[in-house]
Design a protein around this ligand. Sequence first.
Ligand code: ZN
Length: 382
Amino acid sequence: MSSERRTLGAAERARYHRHLLLPGFGEEGQLRLLEARVLVVGAGGLGCPASQYLVAAGVGTLGLADGDRVELSNLQRQILYGPADVGRPKVEVACERLRAINPDVVLEPFAERVTAANALELVSRYDVVVDGSDNFPTRYLLNDACVLLGKPLVYGAIFRFDGQASVFDSRRGPCYRCLHAQPPGPGEAPSCSEAGVLGVLPGLVGLVQATEALKLVAGLGEPLVGRLVHYDALGLRVAEFVLPKDPDCPACGERATIRDLREAEALCTGEMETMLPETTVEELEKRRRGGEELLLVDVREPQEYAIASIEGALLVPLGALASRLDELAAWKDRPIVVHCHHGGRSARAVELLAQRGFTRVENLKGGIDAWSLAIDPSVPRY
Ligand SMILES: [Zn+2]
């Protein structure tokens, strides 16, 4: 950092005046912020508020990585987007809004999903990574990349009414794998699209993450290293847990076995999905019309089924699948096609069924959404 070579201009002094007044922050702290490079992965519920405040506060360069497009169901909590943005790439819309908040910040949009192929190169360009992702493969991928590159990872997660946050910095504390060495198996951990989330909750957790990122780059206060903060919105209670470093951690322990991103890569659903047998909505329609006897299983939640369903589908929510296998026993060696909303949850269901000895299970590519778009427009999209 070359902060001593630079001083704040008049407009910067005015814009960041309230930072300059803070004890321990001052011009030196603001210059550190302006020199900093922060990567926010995920422009969703956590990434929107985190990037909004980091940009307003004057982080010099903000990278924003997300491969998704804005959906109507995002708007309840992803505050950078409005109804007119539905269908547009999230990073494109987000960067427009962020640029309007602070035109001096250099924005580096990355409109792709972070994968094992690009994670190391991407993470290596930043000082701090804020994890605003909503899935386990990305979380493990970012953790392993940050451990390998020696970068701090600001973790945040939300579930229904609960949130948690921590800072994983394996150089001076635990990493995410010290807490959970291996990811949950298919169907063991529902995502927000299945379990729901209170709209304001990611705002609070995302701002805890922004606070930690800002503290790390400005060298302020005591970072949330080796501690996990849990926030219960329903009871309005905050609890803090000490997180010890695990000496046997596969990523950062004394005999660490993870030396690259190959293990995390295997978790990435994209690759998992392409390895799974799948069928398209067009093929499914043709097969059903041709009289093929197949069982269509819908692994979404009952409230989703109430909005839209494919005729003849058997509803078995993913979380209940393992305990309801006896209902499918007659289909162990007969064709089963599994669908959900977009194909992610059903991929996990196909994997689970294959592990339990079902021999002819296929995933419906694109889920009921693709069915509605390509086959039956009378099925509502949501
Ligand atoms: Zn570790």
